[in-house]
Design a binder for this molecule. Structure first.
Ligand code: HEC
Length: 142
């Protein structure tokens, strides 16, 4: 019987993680309307020129402010925080504001899903979802 429960939770984990989006931990996505689409988000990210300043989620203008990595995820723990920046821009910096005339709410959640996808899994504080990392990509150590 406990095997069953294990199986059930494993299956739901698989169901969750096989979707096109990586949920940031167990928290409910803030924009739950339509399911955010990472691929659409990636397209929008290019079309709206985010990619010009944030190629692959980096930041060509202020290198200390990439859109990925543990500290970004920590700083922007909630999707709404990213949304606020994108909608309002960052006054006094090169980060522009994107109003609804340029970017719909659905498009914004797609972009956020894309941004989240740039940080490889295992968000902090979700032990029940953390699995032994499979063969880490060899990138430069932090
Ligand atoms: C013209 C360049 C430019 C464009 C276009 C741009 N950004 Fe930015 N963005 C920046 C800069 C520069 C910063 C860092 C500002 C600062 O110094 O705090 C930033 C910061 C951010 C941040 C906050 C990062 C942090 O750690 O504070 C987010 C999120 C973000 N951008 C998302 C986007 C998205 C999404 C788009 C497209 C819809 C976009 N940006 C388009 C230049 C740009």
């Amino acid at each position: 019987m406990s095997i069953r429960r294990l199986l059930a939770s494993f299956l739901s984990f698989v169901a969750l993680s096989s979707g096109s989006i990586t949920l940031p931990g167990c928290t409910q996505a803030a924009f739950a309307q339509a399911k955010p689409d990472v691929n659409k988000g990636a397209q929008l990210f290019n079309r709206l020129t985010c990619a010009a300043c944030h190629p692959q989620g980096g930041n060509t203008i202020n290198r200390s402010k990439p859109l990925k990595g543990a500290s970004f995820q920590q700083k922007f723990a909630r999707d709404a925080m990213i949304a606020a920046i994108v909608r309002s821009g960052m006054y006094g910096t090169a980060m522009p504001a994107f109003g609804k005339d340029q970017l719909s709410d659905a498009g914004l959640s797609d972009i956020i899903a894309y941004i989240r996808s740039l940080t490889p899994k295992t968000p902090p504080g979700t032990p029940e979802h953390s699995k032994p990392p499979k063969a880490r990509k060899k990138s430069k150590s932090k």
